[in-house]
Design a protein around this ligand. Structure first.
Ligand code: P6P
Length: 341
């Protein structure tokens, strides 16, 4: 009863900074003469996330769990929620498709975009990352990055294959104990919590920065025998002396968000079975690397910054080591030491 009384007395902030207001303020601050297309794009992504969040929260009741019966371009089972999340993102973007062209995880190639409707942005996204965790109610997420079209001509195949340094905005949504959007448009990182009572994302984590060093390492230890020696040596070192804590959720968005909030390192290295790593460059590694760098952290392939990659294929994968600068630099030193042998 005390809890509910407290909730009832919670004052409503009548001047809260919502994501919608923040997007408009960003446009006013950084693109006062802009056409508003970028603002519309971010607003549409916000709407897609709200729709996916509602679907995720309702999945168990609406029989949305379970397998949709087909497989995605990586040969992985696609679950019903995956299909729905895909359609929601596409339809929310399609409404403004004249501004953008998008690539996402589930399909072999880019979305076909009618030439007369092509706009000036390319959006790469993973509509529902961590889907193997859907049925057991573990946090899952959506990830996106926004690039500018590289020329004014109609889009050509491969126009999305740009360096991560060309990203103009990126972020993720986490469907956890609450739904949160974390994004950057190149001027720092801000976190917005979805307030179901008003249906708006409200600024809850302004100007997010990651600690220079954390006390948590995150990696799937089940693959230890398949790691390169440098990764084995580094992980072993985290268990010596004053050990780090080990946390691994198996949903990239959840593991990265915890790393951003608490510091430390998230790793998905190459293994014998996945010599290029598992996580996809365009719609998992690059967006998360952009957020990490904007928050004062690092994200590396093990030999170079993730954002320096120029992908040669849409679903290209990369090893990734991201998080607190000191932690990432520490494993890079071990990797370099082994490479020099
Ligand atoms: P593993 C989820 O399937 C995902 O793509 C990422 O969200 C996550 O970080 C990774 O794969 C987990 O992979 O091999 O540890 O189950």
């Amino acid at each position: 009863m005390i809890f509910f009384q407290k909730m009832a007395q919670e004052p409503i902030d009548t001047n809260c900074m919502t994501l919608t207001r923040w997007i408009l303020a960003e446009q006013k601050k950084y693109a006062p003469t802009g056409t508003g297309d970028f603002t519309q794009l971010l607003a549409s992504l916000q709407t897609a996330v709200k729709a996916v969040s509602a679907a995720v929260r309702r999945a168990g009741i609406s029989d949305m769990f379970g397998v949709a019966g087909n497989v995605n371009v990586q040969g992985e089972e696609v679950k019903k929620l995956d299909v729905l999340a895909n359609e929601l993102f596409i339809n929310m973007l399609r409404k403004i498709l004249k501004f953008c062209h998008h690539i996402y995880q589930e399909n072999d190639n880019e979305i076909e975009v009618e030439t007369e409707r092509q706009g000036k942005y390319i959006v790469t996204f993973d509509p529902l990352d961590g889907s193997s965790n859907i049925d057991c109610l573990v946090s899952i997420g959506s990830i996106f990055a926004i690039f500018k079209k590289p020329h004014d001509e109609p889009l050509a195949p491969g126009d999305a294959l740009q360096s991560g340094r060309q990203i103009i905005a990126a972020g993720y949504a986490l469907y956890g104990s609450a739904t949160m959007m974390v994004l950057s448009a190149g001027h720092g990182v801000n976190g917005f919590m979805l307030d179901p009572s008003i249906g708006e994302f409200v600024l809850s984590d302004p100007d997010m920065k990651i600690k220079p060093r954390g006390k948590i390492y995150s990696i799937n230890e089940g693959y230890e025998e398949k790691w390169e020696p440098a990764v084995k040596e580094y992980v072993k070192s985290k268990k010596m002396g004053t050990p780090y804590g080990s946390r691994y959720i198996g949903s990239m968005v959840a593991d990265v968000h915890r790393t951003l909030k608490y510091g430390g390192i998230f790793m998905y290295p190459a293994t014998v079975d996945s010599p290029k790593g598992k996580l996809r460059v365009l719609y998992e590694c690059m967006p998360m690397a952009y957020i990490m760098e904007q928050a004062g952290g690092m994200a590396s392939t093990g030999t170079k910054p993730i954002l320096d990659i120029v992908p040669t294929s849409l679903h290209q994968r990369s090893p990734i080591f991201l998080g607190s600068k000191d932690d990432v630099e520490e494993i890079l030193e071990v990797i370099a030491k082994h490479a020099a042998k």
